[in-house]
Write a protein that binds this ligand. Sequence first.
Ligand code: SF4
Length: 223
Amino acid sequence: MESTRIENTQMESSHSKETKRAAAWAELRERVRTCTRCGLATTRKSVVFGQGSMVTPLVFVGEGPGEDEDKQGLAFVGRSGQLLTKILTAGGISREDVFITNVVKCRPPGNRAPTLEEMMMCGDFLEAQILLLRPKIVVCLGNTPTKWILKTTEGITALRGRWFEWRGIEVFPMYHPSYLLRDESRRKGSPKDQTWGDIQALKERMEQYRQEGAEISHDGTGA
Ligand code: SF4
């Protein structure tokens, strides 16, 4: 009887946490949708909040929406997005099982990189998204999200394929798919070849998390 009562209390507490999280997420989405904090609000067609799973161990962060994303209001749906889907598939990861977003939520005109000021205006939306999602791993795609999240001046070439930590979450920089589209080579050491290695490393890390989760459940000592 006592154990059933404790279980019921735990379920109610977890349900209440999820309800609060969903409410915070909806409020955040609305704040982003109506945001006019920086100049990009005057040139955008859509605000691109990001999309994907809300219960995901993996969040992918790009630089900002491009033309297709701006038109459709969705992250990574153009050529880069299609390549990202292929890369994920190569890692045995379904796109529906991850969350994908960008550092800035509105398209910088002409696909230029976002300015520091724009990132400073928009950055707390990204931070709030990540903290609400609480993934195991954040994958930074390219220079902009890597430098922004890790607060580094080092470039993606030096940082990709390495593991870092941000607020208790692992950070794994990889090349942006648009960079891979500009270099078709598959020779050893080429960006595509390195990305193949990176997605395999990501797959292995995810497998470790799965096994650790399974062991905890099996022992009955986990949440
Ligand atoms: S880029 Fe970010 S800060 Fe600027 S208007 Fe869009 S949502 Fe607001």
